[in-house]
Write a protein that binds this ligand. Structure first.
Ligand code: C2O
Ligand code: CU
Length: 462
């Protein structure tokens, strides 16, 4: 009958026609490569000057598979590595055929320098970002385009980079470090980067490959005790790390907001798109193990395959120095009592698919809230959608107060500063925020397809 037919058409239209990962024969278990550094063009100390030019770059993953990525300076995931107090000056020559911006995710730079959708750098035009690395900015941050309606696409094409801010007083600075940047790759049958299908638009884009530093299931070498900086740079993939307790001991030492006060022992860690964490990891014996993301069911819509565990890397363990962690890492200050309370509610609508905040879709010409610079505000973000979404707010790191779900309140048992955090369906997140610059700040779900589909709002700081 008619409705049956429509169902079948609908299903086949949404059917994921992706070739399986094995089809492409990408190399696996290759040693993890360190990511390329962005060169500082300034001779002055305390100044970091560079160019970041987005351009089309063919990358040979195999003899046959040579997708054209969009990369800054032709480099896969370049790393900016600077110190507190540095002055940043970055010029962008947009060599793409569409507008772009660069957003400094995690850094509270003035809105005019934050790569907002309001300030596109048009094709073949030059833009410039200048800002100071202030004392509150140490940590593992990143940068990516934030172009109106095109953020997801430009990130999926490869545009992203790491932004590490070092503190000369970092008590962990003597540990050996590795950067692990997780990203997604979806190839079409010709080996080019695939466009989004219907499922990607609903659930967020997930490809065949969960990459680390652009490599598929690389081999990471762990020697003694190391500090690993972890970035979830995926458009939509939730990383649900499960560290094998009989092989390794793991401590959380930093979140989006940089170092936490004391190391916290863990065996699992949920890192949703946009989030970062730093862990200190020590091997217990010399047995190799796999770095796994456990199946995480975020209640995707449509005919999707059941979530499964994924292998992110194999870890080879070699003998090395075991280092004891200091018991205090940093001194954080809590934000004071809020003077304003705001309510945000996530919902979704079918046919057409829309993701909304307070019943509205993002509109560049609408200011959703105004705040006073310096005021401490309590934000309550409730997820009344049927799937998990996370919440990202531009500007200073926010303090996580608590989560509430079915009347049960969960508070972090330590001072926790974040810029991105997950919210389960039916859950309310409460945070304290304090804006420190005048201008427009975006907030949104960091599943990039949801952001582009309108799950974003604007706060104007006056
Ligand atoms: Cu990383 Cu507004 O985004
Ligand atoms: Cu979302």
């Amino acid at each position: 009958d008619h409705s049956m037919h429509n169902m079948t058409d609908m299903q086949s239209m949404m059917q994921n026609k992706m070739q399986p990962a094995e089809f492409f024969n990408l190399p696996k278990n290759q040693p993890l490569q360190a990511l390329p550094l962005v060169k500082n063009l300034s001779q002055e100390s305390g100044e970091f000057k560079a160019e970041l030019n987005p351009m089309l770059t063919e990358v040979a993953l195999t003899e046959q598979v040579k997708p054209t990525f969009w990369l800054y300076n032709g480099m896969m995931l370049p790393v900016i590595d600077v110190n507190l107090g540095d002055k940043i000056d970055i010029t962008v020559n947009n060599q793409l055929t569409e507008p772009t911006t660069i957003h400094w995710h995690g850094l509270s730079v003035p809105p005019s320098q934050d790569g907002n959708p309001h300030d596109p750098i048009l094709s073949q035009q030059t833009g410039r970002y200048q800002f100071d690395i202030t004392s509150d900015m140490s940590g593992s941050h990143w940068f990516h385009p934030h172009t109106h309606l095109l953020t997801g696409k430009q990130v999926a094409q490869g545009l992203a980079g790491l932004f590490i801010v070092r503190d000369p007083n970092d008590p962990l600075q003597h540990l050996p470090e590795q950067n692990l940047f997780f990203s997604d790759l979806k190839l079409d049958e010709t080996g080019q980067i695939a466009p989004n299908d219907m499922l990607d638009l609903m659930n967020g884009r997930e490809g065949q490959f969960a990459l680390i530093n652009g490599q598929w299931q690389p081999e990471v070498t762990l020697s003694g005790t190391e500090r690993w900086r972890l970035w979830n740079g995926n458009s939509a993939r939730y990383l649900n790390f499960d560290f094998p307790e009989d092989s390794v001991e793991v401590f959380l030492v930093a979140t989006d907001g940089g170092l936490i006060e004391k190391p916290i022992k863990l065996s699992s860690l949920l890192l949703t798109p946009g989030e970062r964490a730093e862990i200190v990891i020590s091997s217990k014996d010399l047995k190799p193990f796999n770095l796994i993301s456990k199946a995480y069911d975020r209640d995707k819509m449509g005919p999707v395959a059941k979530e499964e565990d994924i292998i992110l890397a194999s870890v080879r363990v070699v003998d090395g120095k075991k280092i004891d962690l200091p018991s205090n890492l940093a001194k954080l200050t809590a934000l004071g009592e809020p003077v304003v309370t705001r309510q945000l509610i996530y919902t979704e609508e079918m046919m057409p698919m829309r993701f909304l905040i307070n019943g509205k879709s993002h509109d560049m010409n609408r200011i959703d809230f105004t705040a006073k610079k310096g005021d401490v505000e309590l934000w309550e973000v409730t997820n009344n959608s049927h799937m998990d979404h996370n919440f990202h707010l531009h500007g200073p790191q926010f303090q996580v107060v608590e989560f509430e779900r079915n009347g049960v309140i969960t508070k972090p048992d330590y001072l926790l500063y974040k810029d991105t955090i997950n919210i389960r369906p039916g859950e309310t997140l409460r945070i304290l925020t304090q804006q420190n610059h005048l201008g427009i700040r975006m907030y949104h779900c960091h599943v990039l397809e949801h952001e582009d589909a309108g799950m974003m709002g604007q706060l104007e700081v006056l």
